[in-house]
Ligand binder design. Structure first.
Ligand code: HEC
Length: 153
């Protein structure tokens, strides 16, 4: 049952991607329409947001699935996708200002960890660095370390 729901959700997510007619103008658009529409609609093509490496990997995957494209066209398509559908910028979480719910959702912390951070902040003042954050009792240090690029102080 659960997997049925998941498939339905993925299908829905793919359908709400940018409609074909909304592909931004630019060199590469015509190639995309020719190449990618052979196997699936364009909404699926641009449902992803990823960096250049990610798009390169997707194009390799499509080639492995049978897409036939000239090297020149592939490069044009890669430029187009990397420019128009780049990875979404996620602003960092300021741990001195964030509310508990933001710490939970943006850093995947447990509720108990988020409230421990708030309590510590109240008692000790602002965190100066990730080392301060690691001193919070009950915090999963590995989890904090893994998210260090998303932290701001
Ligand atoms: C030969 C057929 C074929 C062509 C041509 C093709 N695709 Fe795909 N594509 C697939 C298949 C099959 C899937 C589903 C793969 C899966 O679920 O593992 C897919 C899935 C995708 C996905 C969903 C994410 C993913 O990695 O599964 C994206 C994004 C995508 N294609 C982009 C493109 C782009 C961009 C082009 C044109 C440059 C393209 N495809 C051309 C067959 C193709």
């Amino acid at each position: 049952m659960q997997s049925v729901i998941r498939v339905a959700l993925i299908a829905a997510a793919l359908c709400v991607g940018a409609p074909a007619q909304n592909l931004p103008e630019g060199s590469g658009r015509a190639e995309i329409e020719n190449l990618c529409k052979k196997c699936h609609d364009l909404a699926k093509t641009v449902s992803l947001r990823q960096d250049r490496n990610g798009w390169g990997a997707t194009l390799n995957k499509m080639t492995a699935l049978g897409m036939k494209a000239k090297g020149k066209d592939l490069r044009t398509v890669l430029d187009y996708l990397a420019t128009n559908f780049p990875a979404e910028e996620v602003p960092p979480v300021n741990v001195n200002k964030a509310r508990a719910i933001q710490l939970e959702s943006r850093l995947s912390l447990r509720r108990s960890e988020a409230s421990a951070i708030l309590r510590y902040r109240k008692e000790h003042g602002d965190f100066q660095s990730i080392d301060d954050l690691k001193k919070v009792p009950g915090i999963d240090v590995a989890k904090i370390e893994a998210k260090k690029d998303r932290l701001a102080f």
